[in-house]
Design a binder for this molecule. Structure first.
Ligand SMILES: [Mg+2]
Length: 105
């Protein structure tokens, strides 16, 4: 995903406009993600991976190693995976042969 907006354009826009753009990016990325990875297997793992990539992007931006658009890109992917976990669940967790320990004494 490449944002067409420049970093300057992003920051001079109103917060509500940035919100709206972000929702559109999430919707577009959600469709791409579902086409590329239709299964919900390991979706929670993918969410955590994306959270790590977002943190890395923030650090790289601070160090001048990437554009702010990379942060938006990673944040979009985090939002998409959070939505997929919420809507589709995670088949690898749902199907795991695991029992919560009984903590009653
Ligand atoms: Mg990513």
């Amino acid at each position: 995903m490449k944002l067409e907006t420049t970093e300057l354009n992003w920051f001079v826009r109103k917060t509500s406009d940035r919100d709206e753009t972000f929702y559109i990016l999430v919707e577009e990325e959600l469709q791409r993600a579902r086409e590329k990875f239709p299964s919900s297997i390991l979706s929670m793992t993918a969410l955590v991976e994306e959270v790590g990539e977002l943190a890395k992007a923030l650090l790289h931006y601070r160090a001048g190693k990437c554009e702010f658009s990379h942060i938006i890109e990673e944040a979009t992917q985090v939002a998409v995976m959070a939505q997929r976990v919420a809507v589709e669940g995670d088949a690898s967790i749902n199907n795991a042969d695991y029992q919560e320990p009984n903590n009653e004494t």
